[in-house]
Design a binder for this molecule. Structure first.
Ligand SMILES: NC(=O)c1ccc[n+]([C@@H]2O[C@H](COP(=O)([O-])OP(=O)(O)OC[C@H]3O[C@@H](n4cnc5c(N)ncnc54)[C@H](O)[C@@H]3O)[C@@H](O)[C@H]2O)c1
Length: 416
């Protein structure tokens, strides 16, 4: 009998999982019933948030296998660090193959893997167990992106021709946990961490609503990466101190700024272009997502910091540093934008709702592990282009096994 409601287990109870849990208020038809995190305190905190928000009678599990085996759990959301992807997915698959659990689906946060090989392995593991797979790229579910794209395609594109240029940028002042800064653990620097969003949302906007990924074929890629801020002595020391002496950007930096220019051909042979910019060295009010979509007689623009709500605090308001106005907030005084419903505006609510509805219907989500593999291919090609300092035809040879120098700890622009 088809289920009317799903039980969800979350793997990894950190920063990102909390966005998912808060987003659940608008999801419907599913309850968060479990959290696994090797850090028991983190797991209990995430469980506490789920219970407080009344989005499910969550409990902490001792292992992924135990959570998968619980008959109340129907789908798993992977929100553990990038370096654990394969071990996490293998544990899920082994549990199912031993008959422990009967899962419908699995969702995985961006990036699907630290490189193409890992991303393809994730896809292969999901296929082996016939799990429905969802790739958690929230930006393609952001209401302003979805609605803006629908309007542009229905009006401007229908009457004057398809959009030919998409720009996307994600910028903030740097990640919250030391592992993000380590190329070997995270897979790279900001290019891997945040350009995954920008390449996918830009491709999505250039794709007609209802059409699949195959409408656009990448043909060329040109990219650039540099470390602009975090190799400056004082900032490198700050990273060293906050990681307990592990992160050494003087010797093993990762890029904190990256750009890419991706040329695609559409199904009629028309050239369209994606331009992305990402950085960990943007000090504005907080996280800024910006997108543009341009066509012959129209354009669209989105800037997440152009918030409808702004607050002003004079210099006499000397409060504690916080993240209560916007993600990756950098100030508490002056005129500050407030992103009043981050989970919704960044796309988490619609993303999770889409995944749940797809799993309930027994169909593959529109954003799935194939898309995660496609993103990994573009990002690794971007690293190849940046390392070679030249434009590459896509796919470049050697892509399947390529590991960026930054992930091997051998990239250091200061020495070049
Ligand atoms: N969509 C987005 O915009 C977005 C934003 C932030 C993070 N992310 C992604 O979400 C994932 C998690 O990021 P985060 O910010 O929550 O990191 P985090 O470091 O804040 O939290 C990760 C949690 O996973 C736990 N963990 C470690 N090893 C684990 C394992 N083997 N199994 C289960 N849990 C484990 C840690 O104890 C920690 O609590 C990353 O892949 C990241 O790229 C996506």
């Amino acid at each position: 009998m088809k289920k009317q409601r799903l039980g969800i287990g979350i793997i990894g109870g950190g920063f990102n999982a909390r966005f998912h849990i808060r987003a659940w208020i608008g999801v419907r038809d599913a309850d968060i019933l479990g959290v696994f995190d090797p850090d028991k305190k983190r797991a209990e905190e995430a469980v506490g948030i789920a219970r407080k928000l009344n989005v499910g009678e969550a409990k902490a599990f001792r292992s992924i296998t135990d959570m998968a085996a619980d008959p109340k759990i129907d789908a798993l959301w992977i929100s553990a660090p990038n370096f654990t992807r394969i071990e996490v997915m293998e544990e899920i698959v082994h549990a199912l193959e031993k008959g422990k659990g009967d899962l419908t689906g699995v969702c995985c946060e961006k990036p699907l893997g630290r490189n193409v090989k890992e991303a393809r392995r994730m896809l292969e593991l999901a296929r082996r167990t016939n799990l429905l797979d969802g790739y958690l790229e929230n930006q393609v579910f952001a209401p302003s992106v979805v609605r803006g794209r629908a309007i542009v395609w229905a009006r401007g594109a229908a009457l004057t021709g398809r959009p030919y240029l998409a720009r996307a940028a994600e910028e903030h002042s740097g990640p919250h946990m030391p592992w993000f800064w380590e190329g070997s653990l995270q897979g790279g620097g900001v290019l891997n961490d945040m350009m995954c969003h920008s390449v996918e949302v830009a491709r999505f906007m250039l794709t007609p609503p209802g059409a699949g990924r195959s409408v656009l074929t990448p043909t060329k890629i040109t990219a650039h990466a540099s470390c602009l801020k975090w190799q400056i002595a004082g900032y490198a020391k700050a990273l060293w101190d906050s990681s307990g002496g592990k992160t050494d950007y003087l010797k093993r930096p990762a890029e904190d700024f990256a750009r890419s220019l991706i040329e695609y051909k559409d199904d009629k042979g028309q050239v369209v272009v994606v331009e992305t910019t990402t950085s960990w060295c943007y000090v504005g009010a907080g996280l800024r997502l910006s997108m543009e979509l341009l066509g012959p007689e129209y354009s669209l623009q989105i800037n997440s910091l152009d918030a409808g709500l702004k607050v002003f605090f004079s210099r006499r308001v000397k409060g504690k540093a916080g993240e209560d106005l916007v993600e990756k907030q950098n100030a508490e005084v002056g005129l500050m934008p407030v992103v009043s419903d981050e989970e919704n505006e960044y796309g988490y609510t619609a993303e999770n709702r889409h995944m749940v509805q797809s799993f309930l219907k027994g169909v593959r989500p529109s954003e799935n592990f194939e898309d995660g593999v496609g993103v990994a291919e573009l990002l690794m090609a971007a690293y190849m282009s940046a390392e070679k300092e030249k434009t590459l035809a896509f796919p470049p040879s050697g892509l399947a096994h390529f590991v960026p120098a930054v992930a091997k700890g051998t990239w250091n622009p200061k020495k070049a």
